[in-house]
Ligand binder design. Structure first.
Ligand SMILES: NC(=O)c1ccc[n+]([C@@H]2O[C@H](COP(=O)([O-])OP(=O)(O)OC[C@H]3O[C@@H](n4cnc5c(N)ncnc54)[C@H](O)[C@@H]3O)[C@@H](O)[C@H]2O)c1
Length: 430
């Protein structure tokens, strides 16, 4: 596995756990040192234990020595990042291409190269053209990864589908054998062209981003029309053609995938002179949503944030991960501080360096410390430990205000407790 991040580390550990010999290689020495001390560099439930088990069984090795890793492997998974290029919709493939060049440099015998990184349609062809001088040594395959942070181990071990894209039919048998333990437990094994597999990943992420954006827009309508968005989600989601997942209204989608992959899909389509207006609108609507939420925060606090004490619960883009990439908190917290508010935040995954340089922004070690004497508590991420907070007990202000961006709490109960409660897409929610 080249790249020992959220995807490479989880996939590598799980491949080891189903009996393979795995080498995880990364250029980040700190990461590899931590792993060799038995500590996971990322927060992912169950991962530490699984790493320890397979490391001790000598099925899992962590190294920065890419030459050794390439030489000792038959199958090489590229799992490095594919972020958006700065200020552009285009995908930055420089990390992937640098891996390809290293593979070319160090390969002595036949290898299967697999892109597990999310790469635009046609990337496999580019990789093949780089390897063309020694073409016979390589098979280039696409095997996109669909795991979700926070549930990554379960997602890897019990995937809905495994997608293998190759133009070489012989490869499908090798890949089927590799994934056999998961297929035997019910995972669908889909084979397609290499370009097909590359596009399936982008299409899936763009579709899920569209679902989230759709329900978020409807939440805006519900707030004005006096309808509960949860009724709409339930009513729509019960239709098996639609499905209930990714239909919960809340903040704009964020994280390490949807924002960059929706953009990446547009830019890949542009290469073929195809416009994707639906996806373009989704990106715009999602970007606009943060402004709507900021407007509501202002309104709740009488359009005066100066010297207000605001407490944030949860800053990661979703629960059960420490990943901050494109989290709403990265926009909301700096804005509030800039406008003169004093912001406390608490997140179960710990303090974030993203906020360390912001004046008036403080990490608190527990929920109580975070929320006491607050003018407003904003719930941004629905970690389990936020589900049953007794706000009356911990906030000493007489007038407690809560803005719940995940609809975690019950409107009636909040009313009974005399808490000024705001949520998303519910009657009287603003
Ligand atoms: N994070 C997710 O939930 C998720 C899910 C599915 C797919 N993906 C895709 O998987 C890919 C990886 O995502 P991630 O979140 O794991 O990224 P990440 O940033 O967590 O990890 C990437 C790792 O690659 C390492 N790296 C970069 N260049 C290297 C090189 N030349 N040699 C060795 N190591 C190198 C980095 O140091 C880093 O540790 C992306 O394309 C992403 O879109 C991510």
């Amino acid at each position: 596995m080249i790249g020992t991040g959220y995807v490479g580390l989880v996939s590598g550990t799980c491949f080891a756990d189903i009996g393979n010999q795995v080498i995880c290689v990364d250029k980040d020495t700190n990461k590899i040192n931590k792993l060799n001390l038995g500590k996971s560099p990322i927060y992912e439930p169950g991962l530490n234990e699984l790493i320890k088990k397979n490391y001790q069984a000598k099925r899992l090795i962590f190294t920065t020595d890419i030459e050794k890793a390439i030489n000792q492997s038959d199958i090489i998974f590229i799992c490095v990042g594919t972020p958006s290029k700065k200020g552009s919709l285009k995908v930055d493939l420089s990390y992937v291409m640098s891996c390809v060049r290293e593979i070319l440099r160090f390969t002595k015998k036949k290898k299967i190269i697999i892109t597990k990184s999310t790469v635009p349609v046609g990337t496999g062809d580019i990789i093949e053209s780089i390897l063309k001088k020694r073409k016979k040594l390589f098979s280039v395959i696409s095997n996109p990864e669909f795991l979700r942070e926070g549930e990554a181990i379960r997602d890897f071990k019990f995937p809905d589908r495994i997608v293998i894209g190759s133009n070489d039919k012989k490869i499908f048998t090798i890949m089927k054998n590799l994934y056999l333990p998961l297929i035997n437990k019910g995972a669908k094994f889909l084979v397609t062209s290499r370009r097909g597999a590359e596009l399936i990943k982008y299409a899936s992420n763009a579709f899920l981003a569209t679902k989230i954006t759709f329900i978020n827009e409807l939440a805006n309508l519900c707030e004005k029309a006096g309808v509960n968005i949860e009724d709409i989600s339930l009513g729509m989601g019960s239709d098996s053609r639609i499905g209930s997942r990714f239909l919960r209204a809340g903040p704009p989608y964020g994280g390490s995938c949807f924002p960059k992959d929706t953009k990446g899909l547009i830019s890949a389509a542009e290469k073929y002179k195809i416009k994707l207006p639906v996806v373009k609108t989704v990106i715009k609507s999602n970007q606009n949503r943060i402004h709507l939420l900021i407007k509501r925060i202002n309104k709740i606090l009488g359009n005066n944030l100066k010297n207000k004490k605001i407490s944030i619960l949860g800053v990661t883009f979703k629960p059960n991960t420490d990943d901050m990439r494109d989290s709403s908190s990265l926009k909301i917290i700096p804005y509030l501080c800039k406008k003169g508010a004093s912001v406390n935040y608490y997140d179960p995954s710990g303090e974030k360096k993203d906020f360390s340089k912001i004046k008036n922004c403080f990490f608190k070690k527990d929920i109580k410390e975070n929320c006491k004497n607050s003018n407003l508590v904003i719930l941004l991420t629905e970690w389990d430990e936020f589900k049953s907070i007794d706000f009356k007990k911990i906030i000493k202000n007489k007038r407690i205000k809560i803005f719940d961006l995940r609809n975690l709490y019950n409107t009636e109960e909040m009313k009974k407790s005399k808490i000024e409660y705001y949520s998303i897409g519910r009657p009287n929610s603003n």
